[in-house]
Write a protein that binds this ligand. Structure first.
Ligand code: NAP
Length: 305
């Protein structure tokens, strides 16, 4: 559990994407710290999280995300804009650019973009479609008169029990390509939200904050799965990273839905990146907010049982 029995903090966080999974958690953590959340939601949205946000104590502002002047009014008085938007180019590059321009126009001093990923600054262009978009936006952000901070958290640990088919509970194997001893970064969505809230209320953050609830290799995940289930788990090497790259190209070319935000081949790109070691987060800034207790992989795997 994260302990927030401390002096209430001040600050007004302008939060885009507050109806999303991560954004909603960020709103809760900012409010628990005693600060103000202005949640920007799409005009006319009937999202069920909107009454929940109000109940938490957030001010909900309906806004046309295509209108910089409306966004500017909504950003007024903010101490930091936090984006937890999710999407492709129209959202990550274009909508975030309008939000950035509005933040600058409104005189908001700080901006946290919707990065929440492995270290895309260390990846070659073309190796991950979604992260290329974040790199493109970061160039615009770096050139804007505002202080930017990216939160990089590796992979959401939560994905290990669902979307990322790494721990194969049925056949008691941990699937991988390449090297089973390659360290990788995992942080739960909840811990990422707790940290983002802390960073949003910290007026002196660096350009990048890197966190990992746990750094683990495939063999560490294998051990965690065995510990949690009380059963023997093995590893399953499906081939080299070169072979995974080939599978990604084939899956992508056959996929009818390349406009989805997270098609299966994009998850495969993410895994390929992580197993390559290139986007490994280093150094870690976990200790910056000592009140945050990091959730371990085995705790997450235990929830899948
Ligand atoms: N590191 C990892 O393993 C990992 C895994 C998953 C996600 N992420 C990242 O975490 C961040 C948040 O993801 P999430 O899963 O919380 O996303 P999500 O649940 O899909 O929420 C997305 C939010 O963006 C809003 N949004 C989308 N398109 C919009 C638009 N055109 N205009 C205005 N608002 C728009 C949505 O509003 P509505 O409710 O109105 O649609 C919602 O509030 C993203 O950067 C995502 O890539 C990281």
């Amino acid at each position: 559990m994260t302990d927030f029995t401390q002096t209430p903090q001040t600050g007004t966080i302008i939060l885009a994407g507050a109806t999303g999974e991560l954004g909603f958690l960020i709103a809760g953590f900012v409010i628990r710290r005693g600060a103000t959340v202005k949640a920007l939601v799409r005009k006319g949205s009937a999202n069920a999280r909107i009454p929940e946000l109000r109940r938490l104590g957030a001010e909900v502002i309906e806004v046309d995300f295509n209108s910089v002047s409306e966004l500017t009014r909504a950003c007024s008085g903010g101490t930091c804009v936090v984006s937890a938007l999710s999407g492709l180019r129209d959202v990550i590059v274009e909508t975030q650019t309008r939000l950035l321009n509005a933040a600058v126009e409104a005189g908001v001093p700080r901006f946290i973009p919707s990065d929440y990923s492995i270290d895309f600054t260390r990846l070659p262009e073309g190796s991950n479609r979604n992260l290329d978009l974040r790199r493109e936006f970061s160039t615009r952000l770096n050139n804007a008169p505002i202080t930017p901070t990216s939160i990089l958290n590796g992979m959401f640990t939560d994905l290990l029990t669902g979307q990322a088919p790494v721990v194969l509970f049925k056949i008691k194997r941990v699937l991988y390509w390449g090297d089973a001893d390659q360290p990788m970064d995992f942080t739960t969505m909840r811990d990422t939200a707790a940290y983002t809230a802390a960073a949003a209320l910290d007026s002196a953050t660096p350009r990048i904050l890197r966190i990992a609830g746990e750094v683990a290799t495939i063999r560490d995940i294998q051990k965690a799965a065995a510990e949690v289930t009380g059963e023997k788990f093995g590893t399953l090497r499906a081939g080299s990273l070169g072979f995974l790259g080939l599978m990604i190209r084939i899956t992508r070319s056959l996929s009818p839905k390349n406009d989805e935000v997270f098609p299966p081949w994009q998850g495969m790109q993410y895994l390929h990146n992580m197993l390559s070691g290139k986007p490994k987060l280093n150094p870690l800034d976990n200790d910056r907010y000592p009140e945050i207790r990091w959730t371990l992989i085995r705790e997450v795997l235990a929830t899948a049982r």
